[in-house]
Design a protein. Structure first.
Ligand code: LLP
Length: 397
């Protein structure tokens, strides 16, 4: 893909910070996914709305034919508003409230991913009161290490998610005894930003064992849902904007023993939207410390919390007047790139080589499309960042 150029003339006139979404990158990503699953008619990708619930992005993803993976009643509603078919909505979460369950039941979603027996019983009760039968998949905790950040690992036995493997059969039997739920699937999710396909291979092996156990006890399911988790390149996002979709889907094709007629569902979030989003910020001050040189931005942890929350690092570029990212050179200085908040975790980068910076320079923090805008908050009475899109800005620049 050609190097991205930002509409810098427009940026110069705009208040910062804001999110900028390059919709052509999103379209290319969606096409790459569709291309990678073209030969697998029984694969269905649900976009994990939690990664970014921006209505314009949601509408494009819905239009491209994807389903939605939701984790709250609010997300179910956002997905419906954006045009996702209710028949392609899955709904997970360890703590679904009665009100949220009712929203999903009334919408007639495809499936609830159920995480405990008490939840199963409440869905059954509420479905009975509505006079409907709800499709459910049991979320099984497969105890597979995703080899990712501890705070985004979900598939270990010690995590709060899902039903323990040894409880799968009794839970299945309990579900079968209930009149207003139909147990149609098994659901898994081992974590996020997973870069080694090995972790997904281990997940497949675990699912194969569990399906054997289920069948030996005389049960079967119509679908398997393997969750999300495919990682993106945070180090070279501009050179490598499209994640390894083919390797990812091929891993499941090669290692998962799907039964005839079974469908395979995926819940991809980060890999769909991370690389189309950038947080654009201005340098407020350059402060020459005795030990460090600081670039103090007008963006901070309230706009993009991932660095403060997980210690994650986003690539950062200086934009020139033409909207190109200035390539790094030997003459680069080293900066700690920080926000204005009085929290020592409000740091985007330490000792980052950047061309000499001046007050007013525009910086782009890349790979900010996933878990960026959607996680913004208003600490310090800061306003939430606004969002702009390549089609509206390019037309006017
Ligand atoms: N399915 C389930 C059940 C999930 O819990 C998640 C993410 C996904 C799918 C989507 O995973 P993805 O494809 O995006 O990796 N805020 C953190 C990430 C939290 C992910 C939580 N679960 C971050 O900024 O890294």
């Amino acid at each position: 893909m050609s190097q991205i150029t930002f509409p810098a003339t427009r940026f110069q006139q705009m208040d910062t910070p804001f999110y900028y979404y390059d919709l052509s990158v999103l379209q290319q990503t969606l096409s790459a996914i569709r291309e990678a699953i073209r030969d697998h008619a029984h694969y269905q990708v649900h976009y994990a709305v939690k990664a970014n619930a921006n209505p314009r992005l949601l509408a494009l993803i819905a239009e491209a034919g994807f389903g939605a993976d939701c984790v709250s009643g609010g997300e179910v509603q956002a997905a419906l508003n954006a045009g996702f078919s209710s028949k392609k909505i899955v709904y997970a979460g360890v703590g679904k409230s009665d009100k949220e369950i009712l929203t999903a039941l009334r919408a007639g979603i495809f499936c609830f991913n159920v995480e405990s027996v008490p939840e199963l019983e409440i869905i059954n009760q509420l479905a009975a009161a509505q006079g409907v039968v709800a499709n459910v998949a049991l979320r099984i905790n497969p105890n597979v290490d995703a080899h990712t950040h501890a705070k985004i690992t979900t598939g270990l036995a010690e995590n709060k998610f899902g039903i323990a493997m040894e409880d799968m059969l009794p839970t299945f039997q309990r579900a079968n005894a209930l009149t207003n739920v139909r147990c149609v699937g098994l659901h898994f999710h081992i974590g996020s930003q997973i870069e080694q396909m090995d972790s997904f291979v281990h997940l497949c092996e675990r699912i194969n064992e569990l399906q054997d156990t289920l069948e030996a006890a005389g049960h079967s399911v119509e679908h398997i849902n393997v969750g999300g988790g495919l990682g993106v390149d945070y180090i070279h996002p501009l050179a490598n904007p499209i994640p390894q979709f083919r390797a990812y889907f091929d891993t499941f094709h090669a290692h998962l023993h799907l039964r005839p007629q079974q469908t395979l569902h995926f819940e991809l979030g980060r890999s769909v939207v991370a690389q189309c989003g950038h947080l654009i910020s201005r340098v407020l001050y350059v402060k020459e410390g005795h030990v460090k040189r600081f670039a103090i931005l007008d963006a901070c942890m309230t706009d993009l919390v991932r660095p403060a929350m997980y210690g994650s690092r986003h690539a950062i570029s200086l934009l020139d007047g033409q909207g190109n990212c200035v390539a790094s050179s030997d003459a680069d200085l080293r900066y700690d790139v920080v926000g204005p908040i009085c929290e020592s975790s409000d740091v985007f980068a330490t000792d980052l080589p950047l061309p000499s910076l001046q007050r007013g320079d525009l910086l782009a923090l890349h790979s900010a499309g996933a878990y960026g805008e959607v996680m913004a908050f208003t600490y310090n009475c800061r306003p939430l960042p606004s969002a702009f899109y390549s089609d509206e800005l390019k037309a006017e620049s």
